[in-house]
Design a protein around this ligand. Structure first.
Ligand SMILES: NC(=O)c1ccc[n+]([C@@H]2O[C@H](COP(=O)([O-])OP(=O)(O)OC[C@H]3O[C@@H](n4cnc5c(N)ncnc54)[C@H](OP(=O)(O)O)[C@@H]3O)[C@@H](O)[C@H]2O)c1
Length: 272
């Protein structure tokens, strides 16, 4: 059943292993989340990405808890809302997520963004430091096996590094063919963080990109498969989302290698 990519892992800076392809759940409503995640688990996915703000943690958790798969074989990520920039708020929101999920620990807990979504780009250095202190304590309690950040750029990462006793292990950023955030990726990787690629299919837009049709056809692959493999070959961890079972299935069939020439071509594309 499971193609090998679903059981292959990266290793985080603290030694925790993380399956190389995750299943994204943004925009999967609560009512549909249990079915989608159950499908994904049946297909062999062992890494599920959710967030408190997705309002689907209960469905995600139900799928995990009803799967019959031992808990330690599923990697679960959830996220602290971007709006929560206090120590007490972070502690409170973590409890809510665990309760929603019906789990006693998560594998990875991320600060969803360095600024509230409505204040994108604003400076929340102090609030992020406060939230990070709570994240460190959660990590030290063993209830998050790893901690990290999402949507953090270089200055915001530097702010967290200052005075951190536990360095983030992951930065989850938007990353896909045509949008690769090279400076952030390099800085994060140079500092020992694993970079996760969210929206690896550009929330579906990549699939309409005619320029990619010929490259994908060369590997007998779909554009989705090409886009996911592209992230992996750049050393990132893709998090494709698919509510359709056939999509979720084909996104794991990645048994081809994009040539260096095609990788260079794909890396040079810029959607802006
Ligand atoms: N940290 C953050 O701020 C952040 C932000 C955005 C996303 N994320 C994470 O990253 C995950 C993925 O990003 P995303 O949700 O933006 O979307 P995505 O994975 O880039 O694209 C998903 C879209 O592509 C379609 N699709 C997937 N596989 C396909 C296939 N093989 N053939 C045709 N269509 C296919 C899906 O359709 P169906 O659903 O109809 O199958 C859906 O419409 C999220 O779910 C979330 O977990 C994190």
């Amino acid at each position: 059943m499971a193609s090998s990519i679903l059981t292959e892992t990266y290793t985080l800076a603290n030694g925790v292993k993380i399956p190389k392809v995750g299943f994204g759940t943004w925009q999967i409503p609560q009512a549909q989340a249990e079915e989608s995640v159950t499908n994904a688990l049946e297909l062999g996915y062992r890494h599920i990405d959710t967030a408190l703000v997705y309002r689907n943690e209960r469905g995600v958790g139900a799928a995990i808890n009803n799967s019959g798969i031992p808990r330690d074989q599923i990697f679960v990520t959830t996220k602290l809302p971007a709006e929560t920039k206090t120590y007490a708020g972070a502690k409170r929101d973590f409890e809510t997520s665990l309760q929603n999920l019906g789990l006693d620990y998560v594998d990875l807990y991320l600060i969803h963004a360095p600024w509230p979504w409505a204040k994108r780009g604003g400076n929340y250095d102090e609030g992020n430091k406060e939230a990070w202190k709570a994240m460190e304590e959660i990590y030290q309690s063993g209830r998050a096996k790893a901690i990290g950040i999402s949507n953090f750029g270089v200055p915001e990462m530097k702010n967290i590094f200052e005075g951190a006793t536990v360095k983030p292990m992951v930065d989850q950023i938007r990353y896909h063919v045509g949008y690769t955030e090279d400076a952030i990726t390099k800085f994060a990787q140079d500092n020992g963080l694993l970079v996760e690629a969210y929206s690896p299919l550009a929330t579906g837009r990549l699939l309409q990109d005619k320029d990619l049709t010929d490259i994908a056809a060369h590997y007998n692959a779909s554009i989705a498969q090409l886009g996911i493999k592209f992230c992996l070959q750049n050393g990132l961890l893709p998090l494709p989302k698919a509510t359709h079972r056939e999509h979720a299935k084909s996104n794991t069939q990645l048994d081809f290698t994009i040539s260096d020439t095609d990788m260079a071509k794909l890396n040079s594309l810029n959607e802006e």
